[in-house]
Design a protein around this ligand. Structure first.
Ligand SMILES: NC(=O)c1ccc[n+]([C@@H]2O[C@H](COP(=O)([O-])OP(=O)(O)OC[C@H]3O[C@@H](n4cnc5c(N)ncnc54)[C@H](OP(=O)(O)O)[C@@H]3O)[C@@H](O)[C@H]2O)c1
Length: 411
């Protein structure tokens, strides 16, 4: 054994909950493998929880800090202090990076140490590493995917069993796929934080959480999923970061996909992310989106990368503006009076606004009927105007429901 192989790397662990606990166990279990791969043997030299430990003392005796506390304060103070003290940092904290990424990257740059955060986005999928390293000089056009496992489980369950949103959420909690307070997952905020991070990396531009628009899945009805099945569509909560004329768009929204789309079969609590660029066409990766040991494994991977040497470059190539009004295709669900001429009336309003219909399903039930259609891509602002005009029609029995659709059909 070389002299180097016997040298320890002392890890200061901030937080020992679901991920921190699994990480501590994994470090012990894989210490030999890490030593063989990097020449440094990892050991936990101190742990901070709410009840125990002193940050200053842990920092003093550590070579590297792993932050698995969550939240923005005091995590931000601790991470900044660690970087400024010359300690590389690994974190799984998406909120921290989405809100204070620029400040943290700057501190890491100034101190000449690494800040790694693979586990903050899409669980085990090594998307951060792939974007930063494999595609570091690729002109990425779009990064998008399913970056929240809780909502993907709920939508999968609703589609498979016809369960209501509430019942599917209850089941997700029973199975441990949803937290006791799932608000940030189901309203899209969790996915928005991850997309802010991915957009920043993909487009080399500062993107903060407040620049990402998001919608959740709370309003989705089982009948939307049933009709969608007839139209060959499946529903996902998508995060999309893309180059647009004049800037970029970064958004989270529920979205229907056609059957052949690579993200359509991604079921249950899994995540999947696609990267598109002219020279790579498209790459899709999928895997578990969360879980203690899975997340801990991504954290340990970052530790190994730091011990291995070269840091990825967090370069910023100027600020790109956020383009809010983009083009989308939509699914439109209308509850209408069951009388002749209603479809023509709706089609007229859509036509007047320049919105064209791709497909329609019509069902009569008593004196009411359902009109379910998919419209071709159009500016979202124009579709919103059409929706307002349709809502004002006296044949409408309930407010119209619209959900975006990705038209692209993959073969
Ligand atoms: N759970 C997942 O599957 C998952 C997946 C991806 C990313 N993450 C991220 O990983 C991080 C940790 O998540 P988790 O699920 O492991 O959280 P958790 O189970 O709630 O554990 C948090 C740990 O941090 C400690 N802590 C919290 N605030 C503290 C403070 N102010 N001072 C000192 N210690 C504090 C807690 O101490 P006590 O033990 O004393 O309460 C606990 O040990 C979060 O950023 C989360 O977003 C989690």
């Amino acid at each position: 054994m070389s002299e180097e192989a016997s040298k320890a790397v002392r890890i200061g662990l901030l937080g020992r909950g679901t991920v921190g606990g699994a990480f501590a166990e994994l470090v012990e279990a894989r210490a030999d493998a890490v030593a063989a791969a990097t020449g440094r043997r990892p050991e936990i030299c101190g742990t901070l929880t709410r009840a125990d430990g002193d940050f200053g003392a842990i920092l003093e005796r550590s070579d590297l800090i792993v932050e698995l506390m969550g939240g923005t304060e005091p995590a931000r103070d601790y991470v900044l202090a660690a970087l400024r003290a010359g300690r590389p940092v690994v974190t799984a904290n998406k909120q921290l990076l989405a809100q204070y990424g620029e400040e943290l990257f700057e501190a890491a740059r100034e101190a000449g140490v690494q800040l790694r955060f693979e586990a903050a986005v899409a669980g085990v999928i090594p998307i951060v590493r792939v974007i930063q390293e494999s595609f570091g000089v690729t002109e990425i056009a779009k990064v998008f995917g399913i970056v929240n496992g809780t909502t993907n489980y709920i939508l999968t369950e609703m589609a498979a069993s016809g369960a209501s949103y509430e019942d599917a959420l209850t089941r997700a909690k029973e199975l441990g796929y949803a937290e006791a307070d799932p608000t940030e997952d189901v309203n899209g905020a969790d996915a928005a934080a991850k997309m802010a991070i991915l957009a920043r990396l993909a487009f080399h531009t500062p993107v903060t959480l407040d620049e990402v628009s998001y919608e959740g899945i709370e309003q989705i009805k089982p009948e939307d999923l049933a009709y969608a099945k007839e139209l060959g569509l499946s529903l996902k909560l998508l995060g999309v970061a893309e180059r647009r004329e004049g800037g970029i768009g970064v958004r989270v929204f529920p979205c229907f996909l056609y059957g052949g789309h690579p993200l359509a079969p991604v079921a249950g609590p899994f995540n999947a992310v696609m990267v598109e660029a002219p020279e790579i066409t498209e790459v899709t990766m999928s895997g578990p989106g969360a879980g203690g040991v899975q997340t801990a494994s991504a954290v340990l991977g970052d530790v190994v990368s730091i011990l291995g040497g070269e840091a990825p470059v967090h370069d910023t190539r100027g600020r790109l503006p956020i383009v809010a009004d983009v083009s989308s295709s939509f699914y439109l669900h209308l509850e209408v009076a069951d009388r002749p001429g209603v479809l023509a009336q709706v089609a007229q309003v859509l036509g007047d606004k320049g919105v064209s219909v791709k497909s329609v399903v019509q069902r009569g039930s008593g004196d009411e009927a359902r009109l379910v259609m998919v419209v071709h891509e159009c500016l979202e602002s124009r579709f919103a105007e059409a929706l307002e005009a349709i809502d004002a029609l006296d044949v409408l029995r309930a407010p119209p429901r619209a959900i975006r659709v990705i038209q692209e059909e993959f073969v």
